[in-house]
Design a protein around this ligand. Structure first.
Ligand code: GLC
Length: 555
C-alpha cells in the first residue's frame, strides 16, 4: 500500500491539513504502536518506514489523525516509555528525518500526527540521570530527580512507603560517585525510569524546549504520558498503606493528580498556541472522578483527556447511559470535548474484555461498543487492530514477553504484551505481511488464526469488522449530526437498550445499542444507515439483535 500523488487530496496552505484550529473536537485519532504496526526493514520490529507505507490505509480507513506511541531513543525497558534522548529517534524505528517525511506524507493525505510525550520520567540512560549519578548528593544535577537518603540506621530502607506500579518499591538505591551505597531515587515505574522532579526549573524549561523541537518539525501535538503524575505531594509523605496502586486505577495518592500539575499544563498551552493549525495535547490522566479529569482540559490547559471510565465500564445500557451523561456534563462544563476510547496499548483489547468467556460474544459487543462510541459527541481514539476485531493474545510464552510488569512478577497483571502483538496485514503465514517476507521475524509471535483477520482478508467482506469501521468512519465524516458536540437526547425505548438522538439543522441520527443477550424490537427508528449486526424483521419495527448497535437516519 504505497501513496500515489493522484489519490492524495491537495495539501492545505502551509502544508497542513485544513486550517481548522478546532479539528480535535470531533477528531478520530488512530493509535499506532510503532513496534507492532508494520515492519519496513524486515527485522521483526515495526518502524517509521512501515508506518509511512501504510498511511494510505489509515487515510482510507477514515481517521483524522495518528498518535504514535514513543519512537525516541530508548533502552526499551518499558516499550520506549523510558526515553534516553527526547530529540532523537531510536535506530530500531528510524531517524528524525523519517519522522519529518512521515509528517509530510501524512499532511499531504489530510492526516495529522501526534506523538507521545513522556514527562513524568526518563530512562536511567538519559544524560541528566547519568550526570546526577556522577555528581553525587547535593548537586544541581540531582535536583532534577527525586534523590533522598534512605531510612533506617544505615539508610538501608527506602525513603518512603511508595510502591512501583510495576511491582516492588518505588525507590532504588544508587551508588555514590565513589562506588559506595548512596541515596535512593524515585521511580514510579521500573528502576530504569527515574521520575523527574518538576519543582526544578530546568525540567520545566527542558520540556517546553522538547515540545518546540517537535512542533517545529510539524508534529500536530502530543499524548501526554502519565499526565497526572508529574507533581508529587510536598515532602513525599508516606501513604500509610503500602499497597501496589494499579497502573490503570484512579486512586488519589500523594503522587497522582496533585493540583500542582495544572500550572505546568497552562504553561504548555501557551507553547502549543504559539503554533498555527491547532496543535493539541491529550492527557493520559487516570483520576478518581470525571470532574478531576475535566480539570486537565480547562480552556487554558490541555485539549483532551481520555475518558478511562468509559473504557472501564461494563457492557450495560443503564450504567453506560449514566456514565456517558455524566461525562458529557463534566467536559462541557469546561468547554472541552469528551474523548472516548475503548482500547490502547495498556489494556486488554475490548473484543476480549467484553467476552466474559465467549469470544464470539466479545467480538459482537466490541463491534457494537465501537459503533456506540463513534456516534457519541466528541473525539474518539482507536487502537491499532481494533478495526480488525483483534482479540487479546493470552497464550504468549513467558520467554517472549517484554512487559516490565510481567518481568517484575510481583506487580501489575503483566498482560500488556497481549494487545501489542504485530498486526496481520495479508497472507497465510506469519508475520502476515507485518514484515516483507513470509516466514520473517516478528518481535512477538502472532496466533495461527490471524490470517483470517488480516486487512487483506477483511477488505471487501461486508460482514467484516474492518468494513464496519470503514463504513462508520465514512458516515461520521458525512453525517451532519455526528462528530463534535456536547450533548445527546436520550430515548427511553426498552430495558437493556441504550438509545439516543443527535440533532443538527441538516439532519438527525438515532443510535441504539442492545446490551442484552436477546433481540429487542425497535419502534420506528427511521432509515437504517449502519448496524454492527443486521437487524431482522419488519424494517419499520426491526429486531435489533443481541449485543449489537445501529445508526438510523431520524425523521
Ligand atoms: C503510561 C503508558 C504505559 C507506560 C507508563 C509508564 O501509562 O501508557 O505504557 O508503561 O505510562 O510510562
Amino acid at each position: 500500500m504505497t501513496l500515489t500523488a493522484d489519490t492524495s487530496p491537495p495539501p492545505a496552505p502551509g502544508g497542513r491539513p485544513g486550517a481548522d484550529g478546532d479539528w480535535w473536537r470531533g477528531a478520530v485519532v488512530y493509535q499506532v504502536y510503532p513496534r507492532s504496526f508494520a515492519d519496513g526493514n524486515g527485522d521483526g520490529i515495526g518502524d517509521l518506514t512501515g508506518i509511512r507505507d501504510r498511511l494510505g490505509y489509515l487515510r482510507d480507513l477514515g481517521v483524522d489523525a495518528v498518535w504514535l506511541s514513543p519512537i525516541y531513543t530508548s533502552p526499551q525497558a518499558d516499550g520506549g516509555y523510558d526515553v534516553a534522548d527526547y530529540r532523537t529517534v531510536d535506530p530500531c524505528y528510524g531517524t528524525v528525518r523519517d519522522v519529518e517525511l512521515l509528517v509530510a506524507d501524512a499532511h499531504a493525505l489530510g492526516l495529522r500526527v501526534i506523538t507521545d510525550l513522556i514527562p513524568n520520567h526518563c530512562s536511567d540512560q538519559h544524560p541528566w540521570f547519568l550526570q546526577a549519578l556522577r555528581e553525587g548528593p547535593g548537586s544541581p544535577a540531582r535536583a532534577r530527580f527525586h534523590f533522598r537518603p534512605g531510612r533506617g540506621v544505615d539508610n538501608e530502607l527506602p525513603p518512603n512507603d511508595w510502591l512501583s506500579l510495576f511491582g516492588g518499591p518505588a525507590w532504588t538505591r544508587a551508588a555514590n560517585p565513589d562506588g559506595g551505597p548512596g541515596e535512593w531515587y524515585l521511580h514510579l515505574f521500573t528502576p530504569g525510569q527515574p521520575d523527574f522532579n518538576w519543582d526544578s526549573g530546568a525540567v520545566r524549561d527542558e520540556f517546553r524546549s522538547i515540545m518546540r523541537y517537535w512542533l517545529d518539525r510539524g508534529i500536530d501535538g502530543f499524548r501526554v504520558d502519565v499526565a497526572h503524575g508529574l507533581v508529587k505531594a510536598p515532602g513525599l509523605p508516606d501513604m500509610g498503606r503500602p499497597e501496589a496502586v494499579p497502573l490503570l486505577g484512579g486512586n488519589r495518592v500523594p503522587y497522582f493528580d496533585q493540583d500542582g500539575v495544572h500550572e505546568i499544563y497552562r504553561s504548555w498551552r501557551t507553547v502549543l498556541d504559539e503554533y498555527p493549525g491547532g496543535r493539541i495535547a491529550v492527557a493520559e490522566a487516570w483520576t478518581k472522578t470525571l470532574e478531576r479529569s475535566a480539570r486537565y482540559v480547562r480552556p487554558d490547559e490541555l485539549h483532551q483527556a481520555f475518558n478511562f471510565k468509559f473504557l472501564s465500564a461494563p457492557w450495560d445500557a443503564t450504567g453506560l447511559r449514566e456514565l456517558i451523561g455524566r461525562s458529557l456534563d463534566a467536559m462541557s462544563a469546561v468547554d472541552a470535548p469528551t474523548t472516548w476510547t475503548l482500547s490502547n496499548h495498556d489494556v486488554v483489547r475490548h473484543a476480549s474484555r467484553y467476552a466474559c468467556g465467549d469470544p464470539g460474544r466479545g467480538l459482537r459487543r466490541a463491534r457494537a461498543a465501537s459503533l456506540l462510541m463513534l456516534a457519541l459527541p466528541g473525539s474518539a481514539y482507536l487502537y491499532q487492530g481494533e478495526e480488525l476485531g483483534l482479540p487479546e493474545v493470552t497464550d504468549l510464552p513467558d520467554e517472549v514477553r517484554q512487559d516490565p510488569s510481567f518481568l517484575r512478577k510481583d506487580g501489575g497483571n503483566g498482560l500488556r504484551d497481549g494487545c501489542r502483538v504485530p498486526l496481520p496485514w495479508s497472507g497465510d503465514q506469519p508475520p502476515y505481511g507485518f514484515g516483507a517476507a513470509d516466514g520473517g521475524p516478528s518481535w512477538l509471535p502472532q496466533p495461527e488464526q490471524w490470517s483470517a483477520l488480516s486487512v487483506r482478508t477483511q477488505t471487501g467482506d461486508p460482514g467484516s469488522t474492518l468494513e464496519l469501521y470503514r463504513a462508520a468512519l465514512a458516515l461520521r465524516r458525512q453525517h451532519p449530526a455526528l462528530g463534535a458536540g456536547s450533548s445527546v437526547r436520550w430515548l427511553d425505548l426498552a430495558p437493556g437498550l441504550l438509545a439516543f438522538r443527535r440533532d443538527s439543522p441538516a439532519g438527525s441520527l438515532v443510535c441504539v445499542a442492545n446490551t442484552t443477550g436477546a433481540p429487542v424490537r425497535l419502534p420506528r427508528p427511521g432509515r437504517l444507515l449502519l448496524a454492527s449486526e443486521p437487524p431482522t424483521g419488519d424494517a419499520a419495527e426491526p429486531l435489533l439483535p443481541a449485543d449489537s448497535a445501529g445508526w438510523w437516519q431520524a425523521d
